[in-house]
Ligand binder design. Structure first.
Ligand SMILES: C[S@@+](CC[C@H](N)C(=O)[O-])C[C@H]1O[C@@H](n2cnc3c(N)ncnc32)[C@H](O)[C@@H]1O
Length: 233
């Protein structure tokens, strides 16, 4: 880390070093935590399936924090051009192995999307479970990234931990920095609206539906959100 803070990037780097996060390569290599996206790593999100069934205009997509590619692969199977980023090389290598079997074309890229340049303009940005692992100051970078990579009037789909479900850390942004990091940040619905409504129309915010009996995939601890970019050109 640089010894002095001269600009916003230096400040962001300084704050990054003040907080702990999940070590994602370890998480995917060890597979100790039986998260739904590990145990059912080929099953797409129910909200994504419903959205793409209804919205046939989506031709290009970028997924942020794609993990082992379950949603990216599903989107490619629907004939959509897909670029999918993840910070974990273990997750990306696993995703490539899964995709090889299916002979599906996804452009998987191992990269921190907040620290290195992400290019392209897409009809749809999808994030299933990355935002809630970011520290609050990085949400600024995240929203700037969304604005850069989304076409005007494009869609942004998000799933994240819901406050009140006992699944994640229920802290406000100030408390976050004095708090022992645990599972990720839980969001209240009003907070999601506050964060995204300056840039997006809220199409939908609801809880994840239990579409898959006898699996943990459908537990109601996640918000599913759909936003539409307010810019028209
Ligand atoms: C909860 S997992 C969800 C994985 C995948 N979206 C799924 O649902 O199967 C969050 C993912 O975000 C990735 N991630 C976290 N921070 C990231 C960053 N700054 N850039 C790219 N990926 C990141 C992690 O490596 C991890 O795979």
């Amino acid at each position: 880390m640089k010894p002095n803070i001269n600009n916003i990037n230096d400040l962001m780097d300084y704050l990054d070093n003040k907080v702990e996060g999940v070590v994602w390569d370890e998480f995917y290599a060890e597979r100790r935590f039986q998260a739904p996206f590990i145990t059912q790593n080929t099953m797409p999100d129910e909200n994504l399936v419903k959205f793409l069934n209804n919205e046939k205009s989506i031709k290009s997509t970028i997924e942020l924090g794609c993990g082992e590619g379950r949603n990216a692969i599903y989107m490619a199977q629907q004939g959509i051009s897909v670029t999918a980023y993840d910070i974990s090389s273990v997750a990306i290598e696993n995703a490539k192995k899964i995709v090889k079997d299916d002979n599906i074309n996804v452009n998987f890229i191992c990269q921190d999307v907040l620290k290195k340049i992400v290019t392209g303009e897409y009809d749809f940005v999808y994030d299933s479970g990355m935002l809630h692992h970011l520290p609050p100051h990085r949400r600024i970078t995240y929203i700037e990234l969304l604005q850069k990579i989304l076409k005007p009037s494009g869609y942004f789909g998000l799933t994240c931990f819901a406050w009140g479900e006992d699944c994640a850390d229920e802290v406000n942004d100030w408390e976050y920095y004095n708090h022992k990091f645990n599972a990720g940040v839980a969001f209240k619905k009003e907070r999601l609206i506050e964060l995204f409504s300056p840039y997006f129309e809220v199409v939908e915010i609801r809880k994840y539906c239990n579409g898959v009996p006898n699996t943990i995939q459908g537990l109601q601890f996640m918000w599913v959100c759909l936003f539409k970019d307010k810019r028209t050109k």
